[in-house]
Write a protein that binds this ligand. Sequence first.
Ligand code: NDP
Length: 453
Amino acid sequence: MAQFDVDLFVIGGGSGGVRAARIAAGEHGARVALAEEYRMGGTCVIRGCVPKKLMVFASSYPEAMADAAAYGWQISRGGFDWPVFRGKLDAELDRLEAAYRAGLSGAGVTVHDTRAEIADPHTVRLADGREVTAAHILVATGGRPFVPEFPGAEHVLTSNDIFRLEALPGKVLIVGGGFIACEFACILNGLGAQVTQYYRGAQVLRGFDDEARGLVAERMREGGIDLHVGTEVVRIDREAGGLRVRASTGREAVFDAVVYATGRVPNTDGMGLAEAGVTLGRRGEIKVDGWSQTGVPSIYAVGDVTDRINLTPVAIREGHAFADTVFGGRPRKMDHDLVPSAVFTQPELGTVGLTEEQARDRGPIEVFCTSFRPMRSLFAGRPDRVMMKLVVDAETRRVLGCHIVAPEAGEMIQLAAVAIRMGATKEDFDRTVAVHPTISEEMVTMRKPVRTA
Ligand code: NDP
């Protein structure tokens, strides 16, 4: 490999790229360089999971304060000070970015704070014209928000902008029905904004278990979000009072801000990929095989830029597997099966494995499901409802899917995923003694299927 300047050049300093660079250099002794054009840490750290989760926490306090009063505490509630929160958020992101940099330099990775493009299968060109040759190139440039074209599209915000707002909007429209749209609808609602959400389909969170997303949507509405399905934006005009939005249903309303969360697209524009022989898909995603290798043997790609499963922990695992395979002499593929995930709505939705709808197309199943009002909010007089569902293969008895709508469902699904990954059967769940009194104990006490299919 000595004929190249480095053994590995990583383009993109997000979750996947940083993990690959650190493992290749720090554990396997490769000579590694990494280029990042914005801030180290990528979408997850700078404008995604981390600031979002901190906003989820911030938005949960009004409910906690109402509960506290119901439990007998004397509470005097003030307003939410966005600049105070944002200042702390900025400081936290600075801290995390510094930790990412320290991790890279500790592993011996050379960092270039600049954009990089592919000049040929073994050469990366930096924005200042310098070229670095590499035995292997890893593209980990992530994705960015996608906003469809329509009259007035220039007026909208995306998730990238929310963390940087000078002031929180009083009246906001969220467009979309996926992870980001539903999470931000709940966050802004919790922070006191008047939230309307437009989704083009019949039910939000397409792809998740029908019953689970139905309950999330119901709870979002009960929580105060004005959710309209079967609704698209036709045009937006700026006027003195705000943004006038005309919808496909004929509805017209004025908002302080409109946030589009209509999906994300891979960051592959102008990267020299196609010119180097790399195949791109219809949405611009990099086509890779199970080893994260493109059709050009020296070029690999991990994370959202490959548009497989667009989640931070998946990008991290893909980056790690790549580094172990190429530099560690330990060939291994990332397993994309049974990846658990959570939508941080209020309440949260945690999920792993097949939905009921997917499973019943594959063979006979039994569905175990329970929905009830949990003790904590019942006592406080809140109309919360939680749901637990296990989808079971009627023949092998294996649990094929688990879906939880509940406070902290993200925490619960992580642990359920271990059992399911190990091949747990319904009888394994049944044999496990309940932890009482908890919400999750219902997971091991569902005796009779509610349906078979
Ligand atoms: P999603 O793909 O989840 O959702 C996009 C939404 O926008 C869908 O409801 C889609 O509708 C709608 N949409 C797409 N195009 C249009 C259009 N032209 N007009 C109107 N509506 C449109 O994307 P997100 O942006 O919410 O999130 C991107 C990815 O980031 C997620 O898939 C997830 O992998 C990841 N993520 C994960 C989180 C987590 O783990 N908690 C949090 C946030 C993001 P339709 O359903 O009809 O296609």
